[in-house]
Design a protein around this ligand. Structure first.
Ligand code: HEM
Length: 238
């Protein structure tokens, strides 16, 4: 009885250590990405840092979303699955940093946060900066809710609804893609850096691998059903 309790405690502790190590590794990846995207001379000051965190966030989100289908497609990489949580959480924290750096540049003035100005005229909606900010805000709400519920406590509490909530990360990807495209091609068109290449790769790779994973799952289910029908049929025939 006691030995059983000790081994349960030990298993719990080693699980916590593994989670901590995954967090540290993903923080390392995030720092490397921020440094990579910050390594440029065409922009400076607040743009440099807030964009470096924004770019890192998009890459971390893309990694989070391809882990699931990759595990379905490539045999033997199942141990990658738990990494989704840490990548998702640090993608959100990088997005929070992106927004915090941007908003601190105008002392968190809500009018500047939600709107945009063209010359001297202020707009709540009808300019690319304002629309980009609104879409970014909706994306951030999605990211925070998904990351905050990405743990065992909420998984138990929400039951079946938990998976549905986590699957909203695809909505987050679409919102982020629209937000990013607005800033890269319509609003802040100055200085694109190397991120544009990462952006387009993510746009092709994430839905592409997702689709391939879906096809592989459907095929596996069909084969399994055919195999089980084969074993049942002889028993049914007189
Ligand atoms: C999940 C949340 C978000 C993500 C993943 C995200 C990501 C991005 C990305 C990738 C860019 C383009 C960076 C580049 O040009 O290299 C960008 C730009 C920008 N985003 Fe976001 N964003 C998010 C939320 C927000 C929010 C809530 C706001 C403000 C309301 C915002 C404001 C901006 C601004 C102002 C720019 C242009 C930056 C500049 O020119 O310095 N973003 N964002």
């Amino acid at each position: 009885m006691n030995t059983a309790r000790i081994s349960v405690t030990e298993a719990k502790r080693s699980g916590q250590v593994r989670t901590l190590l995954r967090h540290l590794a993903v923080i390392g990846v995030m720092i490397l990405l921020v440094l990579l995207f910050r390594w440029r001379r065409d922009i400076n000051g607040v743009h440099l840092w807030n964009r470096a965190f924004a770019d890192a966030s998009v890459v971390l989100l893309s990694i989070t979303l391809i882990i699931g289908p990759v595990v379905r497609l490539v045999p033997g990489v199942g141990p990658l699955l738990p990494w989704r949580r840490e990548f998702g959480i640090w993608c959100t924290l990088a997005a929070v940093m992106h927004v915090a750096i941007y908003a601190s540049s105008f002392k968190f003035d809500l009018k500047r946060f939600f709107g945009g100005s063209l010359g001297q005229t202020f707009h709540w909606l009808d300019n690319p900066w304002a629309i980009g900010n609104w879409i970014g805000t909706v994306a951030l709400v999605y990211a925070v809710v998904i990351a905050a519920t990405s743990n065992d406590v909420f998984e138990r509490y929400l039951g079946r609804g938990w998976k549905h909530l986590q699957q909203q990360s695809y909505t987050l990807f679409i919102l982020t893609a629209i937000h990013t495209a607005i800033f890269l091609y319509a609003a802040a068109t100055f200085g694109k850096g190397i991120f544009t290449a990462f952006f387009w790769i993510a746009l092709v790779l994430v839905p592409g691998i997702q689709f391939a994973g879906y096809v592989a799952t459907v095929r596996r289910h069909r084969l399994r059903r055919r195999a089980s029908l084969k074993t049942v049929r002889p028993a049914l025939t007189p």
